[in-house]
Design a protein around this ligand. Structure first.
Ligand code: KG4
Ligand code: ZN
Length: 337
């Protein structure tokens, strides 16, 4: 039996969890700062790190209390080393080191994106080779995993991440932050009135979202010039049909070529209803590959997922040291910088 205490502070959630054997969540506390950042229309890094400092002790205390596990019985402390905001990451790293020093526990530095992928192990036994579509506020990646804990990024975005595009379009439409869930909901009341171009990229499995974002801006400008009222729901509908489709079509192409045993969705944008629906529809035609769609609680940032990935790091004896530091640009193991 392995008990891992995990800490996640890479962006705007202060989170701590206790996870048993990488699969069973004994506690999963997430303190969101969304209310504060909403006032500014996005995450303000300096504000985020200050709130992490204020909340981290209480969040850890609550996670330990709720788990019913004594600190003495924790086997290791996992923490998000990167990628993320440097000031935010530092708070989690220092908290993890403090606990490790105080209770004489080994440290497990974890890549945030690996955490998103391994969140799926709470709902299904992962089967390899596996393909992961990792979509969040900072990343849009297709990751090929020939085996457990082997990562090869076969597709990425060289401009905006999908979540970032959702957030920016929502800001332009005056809808608030974070934009993804708002557009997702609003699109359900929209109609197929506007058309947006499906993004094109040079790389077969790469993504691009800045052109799509510009197309939304141009659409709004054009409508304004023509004196038309912009139907926000219809813009949301057009974006919600186009952005997920561009990812799903590439993902299906990759699935047909690589033939994985399993395809998993991961990251905050995996909560998107249209992305989930399109993946279900398309994957129904490819029954030899199992589709895993994570439940909402493990799509957006949380510490349980860091505990799940930390458990695999523990099995591989990939311990950190007190010299390790936060790494805002951390790449996945096996990925070239
Ligand atoms: O994984 P996450 O919590 O943080 C990062 O690692 O970035 O992802 C946050 C992102 C935000 O951009 C948010 O707008 C987006 O996930 N998001 C969604 C939905 N829920 C969250 N995007 C589209 N549809 C959603 N339902
Ligand atoms: Zn994330």
């Amino acid at each position: 039996m392995t008990m891992i205490l995990a800490i996640e502070t890479s962006c705007d959630e202060t989170a701590c969890a206790v996870v048993k054997d990488g699969k069973e969540i004994l506690s999963n506390i997430v303190s969101s700062q969304i209310n504060v950042h909403t006032m500014y229309g996005g995450v303000v890094p300096e504000v985020a790190s200050r709130i992490h400092v204020e909340n981290i002790s209480a969040v850890i205390e609550e996670a330990v209390r709720e788990s019913g596990v004594r600190m003495e019985d924790i086997d290791a402390i996992a923490y998000t080393q990167g990628p993320g905001l440097i000031g935010s990451l530092h708070v989690g790293v220092q908290a993890a080191k403090t606990l490790a020093l105080l209770y004489d526990k080994p440290l497990l530095p974890v890549n945030h994106m690996c955490g998103h992928i391994y969140a799926n192990s709470f709902v299904s036994e992962l089967k390899f080779p596996l393909m992961a579509l990792v979509v969040s506020g900072g990343h849009s990646e297709l990751v090929w995993m020939e085996d457990d804990w082997h990562f090869e990024v076969i597709g990425t975005t060289f401009d905006d991440a999908i979540g970032e595009a959702y957030d920016k379009v929502a800001r332009v439409l005056g809808l608030g932050y974070p934009g993804g869930p708002i557009i997702d909901k609003m699109a359900k009341d929209g109609n197929p009135h506007y058309k947006l171009p499906v993004p094109k990229t040079a790389g077969r499995y790469d993504f691009s979202f800045s052109g799509l974002k510009s197309a939304v801006l141009q659409l709004i400008e054009r409508e304004k010039k023509q004196g038309n009222v912009i139907v926000t729901e219809d813009v949301a509908y057009a974006f919600q049909e186009t952005a997920p489709y561009s990812m799903v079509s590439k993902t299906i192409d990759a699935v047909k070529t690589y033939k994985p045993k399993m395809i998993v969705l991961a990251g905050g944008v995996a909560a998107n209803s249209r992305l989930r629906e399109m993946m279900r529809e398309e994957m129904a035609q490819i029954p030899e590959t199992e589709l895993v769609i994570p439940p909402m609680y493990c799509c957006t940032d949380n510490a349980a997922m860091i505990g799940a990935a930390g458990y695999i790091a523990w099995k591989h004896q990939e311990f950190g040291t007190f010299r390790d530091s936060a790494d805002p640009g951390l790449t996945m193991p096996g990925e070239i910088d």
